[in-house]
Design a protein around this ligand. Structure first.
Ligand code: ADP
Length: 365
């Protein structure tokens, strides 16, 4: 449905998009993820015909955006980072205006009712946009993108500036749109792609560093193994044993106690499955293994690892040291430098927000 081939965009001597190629199949929701300045908006703007490329090709359903911009734009609904709203209009006036502007041939009343139903804005239909909350304004922005039933919907940072409750609602809304549309979503928020997208394209410094199905992306770094293990027995001795055990790269005692059992976080060497060995060694010493929880990698770890790989930090020792440092929660400044401070901060913010907002499900006006 969407095809980008060897796309390049230079701003003077600054190469914002550096020879990227990817395809998006019909019905997919694809996340375009990268730190600020990675080249996401530039790519989106080329894809939507707002910006010309220096070289390369972009097409929607076989229609070349440069050769037939009007034909291509008819297939696209676009929500830019700043929704193009006229604040003095009511929602009704605005959506009717957009409908006419797009030259839609559908039945206006029925189509607008359908769109309002999809984005849940019927209750504010007669209100002036200026009086709406940011969450509702974003819904109106999504409504304008849906007018005319475009095959492809493109969202640029759709949840920036929303509160945690609104973020969840907008994400659910976007997920729902995937049933009938092909969706590209640009974001610098790791949890966003995890929550919404079927596939993730990671861009860094204008280059694609990963293009994987969301559930598969962890396979790129599956040689990292982390567990929380709960073991009954003397904490100091157990920790010393874990630290000294061949196959364990890192071990620390967590501040968690359950009777005479303590929890430890361990990380095995690359390619080592430590579980059976750990079980037998603990049994030999009469220290019962009470529990073991695989921690996996979150997208933040994956992003860092993928970017590390793309930047040729591939030697096992180097990568291992980084993961060890990260696991201990140290050396944040080095991390921030490498992946962009905003990305790191955003991931932390999102993590605390998601625990805050887990229970919420409706946007109150
Ligand atoms: P993202 O959306 O991932 O944050 P952008 O596509 O906005 O990234 O920017 C990519 C790079 O291009 C950045 O280095 C940015 O400073 C630069 N850039 C973006 N727009 C312009 C512009 N109009 N003129 C000059 N440089 C620009």
């Amino acid at each position: 449905m969407i095809k980008i081939e060897h796309l390049v965009k230079n701003y003077g001597s600054n190469c914002a998009v550096d020879d990227i190629s990817f395809e998006v199949e019909s019905g997919e929701i694809v996340g375009f993820l990268g730190p600020n300045g990675a080249g996401k908006s530039t790519t989106m703007n080329i894809l939507t015909g707002y910006l010309s490329s220096t070289s390369g090709k972009a097409s929607i359903a076989g229609i070349d955006i440069l050769r037939d911009p009007i034909g291509a734009k008819k297939l696209i609904g676009y929500l830019p980072e700043q929704p193009p709203l006229y604040l003095d209009m009511t929602v009704e006036e605005y959506l009717k205006f957009i409908f006419d502007l797009k030259g839609c041939r559908l039945d206006r009343k029925a189509h607008l009712a359908e769109v309002c139903e999809t984005v849940k804005i019927k209750d504010v239909y007669h209100k002036v946009i200026r009086t709406l909350s940011k969450g509702y304004r974003q819904r109106v922005g999504i409504a304008q993108a849906l007018i005319g039933k475009p095959k492809v919907i493109i969202f640029d940072e759709p949840t920036v500036g929303l509160d945690p409750k609104q973020i969840i609602e907008i994400r659910n809304l976007i997920r729902g749109l995937g049933k009938d549309h092909t969706v590209i979503l640009s974001t610098h928020i790791l949890q966003e792609v995890q929550a919404v997208c079927d596939r993730i394209i990671i861009i860094n410094k204008g280059k694609i560093v990963a293009n994987e199905k969301t559930e598969n992306i962890s396979h790129m770094v599956d040689n990292n193994r982390r567990f929380n293990v709960k073991i009954a027995g003397p904490q100091k001795e157990i920790l010393a044993m874990l630290k000294g055990m061949t196959g364990i790269a890192y071990a620390e005692a967590l501040a968690e106690r359950d009777g005479d059992a303590y929890t430890y976080m361990i990380e095995s060497d690359f390619g080592v499955d430590i579980r059976k060995k750990l079980f037998y060694q603990l049994a030999e010493r009469n220290w019962p293994l009470i529990g073991m929880e695989a921690l996996g990698m979150n997208l933040e770890d994956i992003f860092i690892t993928v970017v590390d790989k793309s930047e040729e930090y591939r030697t096992a020792g180097n990568l291992q040291n980084r993961i060890k440092r990260r696991t201990r929660g140290q050396d944040k400044s080095a991390l921030e430098r490498e992946v962009g401070a905003s990305l790191y901060e955003e991931a932390q913010r999102q993590r605390s927000e998601s625990s805050l907002s887990a229970a919420s499900d409706e946007d109150d006006e």
